[in-house]
Design a protein around this ligand. Structure first.
Ligand code: PMP
Length: 291
């Protein structure tokens, strides 16, 4: 479905459509975006935190065998890539018969995904797909038709599906650009090629972070994001100088989110490996000067 309202909108639209006769939703809390999803869902359902990495400062994905799932939950919600924290699932969790729902806003189309293992996938288009204003939802047919009576028609998945996502005027320009991006991805060799590209790119940065004694990344190796790489300088007093020098070299938006501090390199599909190499060259220079 081509929707509107962004992923924040979907945080409300998903429970409105999927709760049905159930009363609670299981959430895996891996960071800021999981928390935002839970906050919104609380308006519609009982939120059960089945697992959380908060006590570890959101540096990994809680091991699947620690999740306390409720067999009667409407669905299990995960955020497949925590954009702010830089934590990503590198596996698809098995949650049995309960549908798995994923906020894939920041890693959709970065690598192949077995869509059939999910009940629903959603995401804003503005990272790997196209312009802001378009929201993608992939939903299993049998999950359609259970919307709450108060759900607006424009946000009712069944109604949108019946109308080929044109129940109301769709964001046509965004959909057009998304089409160009889909063709571009195919021309690159599809998602298998995107994954190889993204792995090679992220490795340039993580390899340097691991050898550096000045910069560091706190995320567990098996949960490191290929899209968003947070890192810290040994001395936070040098953050401003680091950002200034980066800007002078044409590298912008490196400041980390205020909830985690430090830096964050967002290296979505569109970022070429040369961009990451330029960042690492600058970091090495900075380390020699200040390390
Ligand atoms: N979820 C994730 C994982 C995100 O990265 C973002 C945007 N940064 C959102 C939700 C919110 O998306 P939107 O701005 O499209 O509502």
């Amino acid at each position: 479905l081509f929707m509107q309202g962004g992923a924040i909108g979907e945080n409300a639209i998903v429970p409105m459509n999927l709760l049905g006769a159930k009363t609670s939703i299981d959430f895996i809390n891996t960071g800021e975006w999981s928390k935002k999803s839970m906050k919104e869902a609380k308006r519609y359902a009982k939120v059960n935190v089945a697992a959380s990495d908060e006590a570890n400062g959101f540096t990994g994905i809680p091991a699947r065998n620690t999740w306390k799932l409720d067999a009667d939950a409407a669905y299990v919600h995960i955020c497949s890539n925590e954009t702010i924290g830089g934590v990503e699932y590198h596996f698809t969790p098995d949650v049995g018969a309960v549908p798995l729902v994923a906020d894939m806003s920041s890693n959709i189309l970065s690598r192949p995904v077995d869509v059939a293992r999910y009940g629903l996938i959603y995401g804003g288009a503005q990272k790997n797909i196209g312009p802001a204003g378009l929201t993608i939802v992939i939903v299993r047919d049998d999950l359609l038709g259970h919307a709450m009576p108060l759900c607006p028609s424009a946000f009712n998945y069944a109604e949108q599906a019946e109308n080929d996502s044109m129940l109301n005027t769709p964001p046509t320009y965004g959909i057009y650009i998304a089409g160009l991006v889909f063709n571009w991805i195919k021309a690159q060799g599809g998602l298998v090629a995107m994954e190889a590209h993204n792995r090679a790119k992220a490795a340039v940065l993580y390899d340097y972070l691991d050898e550096s004694r000045f910069f560091s990344n706190p995320i567990a190796r098996d949960a490191r994001s290929l899209m968003n790489v947070p890192f810290k300088l040994k001395d936070a007093n040098l953050d401003a100088e680091f950002l200034k020098g980066a800007q002078a070299r044409g590298m912008v938006q490196l400041k980390g989110h205020r909830s985690v501090g430090g830096m964050r390199a967002s290296i979505y599909n569109a970022m070429p490996v040369e961009g990451v190499k330029a960042l690492v060259a600058y970091m090495k220079e900075f380390e020699v000067r200040h390390g």
